[in-house]
Design a protein around this ligand. Structure first.
Ligand SMILES: O=C(O)c1cc(=O)[nH]c(=O)n1[C@@H]1O[C@H](COP(=O)(O)O)[C@@H](O)[C@H]1O
Length: 277
């Protein structure tokens, strides 16, 4: 999916919600455990219940690879079940020397080889240019680079500053900007970082930002929008546990839909407030 198509989806659905699919077999409703592939059965039900309310899905790869071959199967079926009108994110946080990054890109982007063709992948940029550009070389695909993350450990490195006061996450964005464009690069900025979005927008005014951390991690959607929204919206706000584990009973999909709908309604107001729709 390209940038224009993503913006159109946001306007049409009046939503910039990304539903995280971090599916933990110990947390899914007991009745699904009788299914041949409980993780996929859960994901399929969540996707069917939320696809008109969100514009993206983000399976976190750890929740699949931890089950070995069975997990990769569930992931592949989940990717196939994501509607083509939704942006798909392989949250894999990869990045290695160039030829290895190229193999990671193939694993998540090249359907003919791996059976999966995600639109995008999350990337840890610590190894620098040759670890990121192999993902950007895939036509029509996106690299979503970690900039300022939502977790408490983010300050260990990301806020490190040089003598001019420029922080590492700012340097990351300035440098990575020179490797790609607003058409194939996004940045991860945690919803828990509030006013830091002002600084992020100084460095990346037009890029889309993937924003995890609302819901279970307590980030504020209103703050994110106040400081981070641009004229095209420019935000994909993720919630995972707050949606997919809203209920552990037979009503899990309906309850997930209710939680997604609450966020969609709030997002609609923010899009109107910012003049995007
Ligand atoms: O790259 C990510 O998606 C990510 C970056 C970040 O800074 N913080 C963060 O929580 N995430 C991911 O976003 C999801 C958040 O899930 P919830 O806290 O349950 O909404 C998880 O899959 C995390 O791995």
């Amino acid at each position: 999916m390209n940038r224009q198509e993503l913006i159109e989806q946001i306007k049409e659905k009046q939503s910039f919600l990304c539903v995280g699919l971090d599916t933990d077999i110990t947390k899914i409703p007991a009745h699904l455990l009788d299914e041949e592939d409980p993780i996929f059965a859960f994901n399929k039900a969540i996707i069917e219940a939320t696809e008109d309310l969100c514009v993206a899905y983000k399976p976190n790869i750890a929740f699949y690879e931890s089950y070995g071959v069975r997990g990769w199967h569930s992931l592949q079926k989940t990717w196939q079940a994501i509607p083509k009108s939704c942006f798909s994110i392989a949250d894999a946080k990869r990045g290695d020397i160039g030829n290895t990054s190229n193999m990671y890109a193939q694993a998540f982007f090249d359907e003919a080889v791996s059976g999966m063709g995600f639109d995008s992948i999350t990337i840890a940029p610590y190894m620098g240019k040759d670890s990121v550009t192999p993902f950007l070389d895939f036509e029509g695909k996106w690299a979503i680079v970690l900039a300022l993350t939502s977790n408490s450990g983010s300050k260990d490195f990301q806020n490190f500053s040089n003598t001019d006061g420029k922080q590492l996450f700012e340097e990351v964005i300035d440098k990575v900007n020179t490797w790609g464009t607003v058409e194939n690069l996004m940045y991860v900025v945690g919803a828990t970082r509030g006013e830091a979005f002002l600084k992020i927008r100084e460095h990346a005014p037009d890029h889309f930002l993937l924003v995890p951390g609302v819901g279970a991690q307590g980030g504020s959607l209103q703050d994110v929008c106040q400081y981070g929204m641009n004229k095209d919206c420019g935000l994909l706000v993720n919630s995972t546990r707050g949606i997919i584990y809203a209920s552990s009973g037979k009503d899990f999909a309906e309850r997930a839909r209710e939680e997604a709908q609450k966020l969609q309604k709030e997002m609609e107001l923010e899009l109107i407030k910012a003049g995007v729709i």
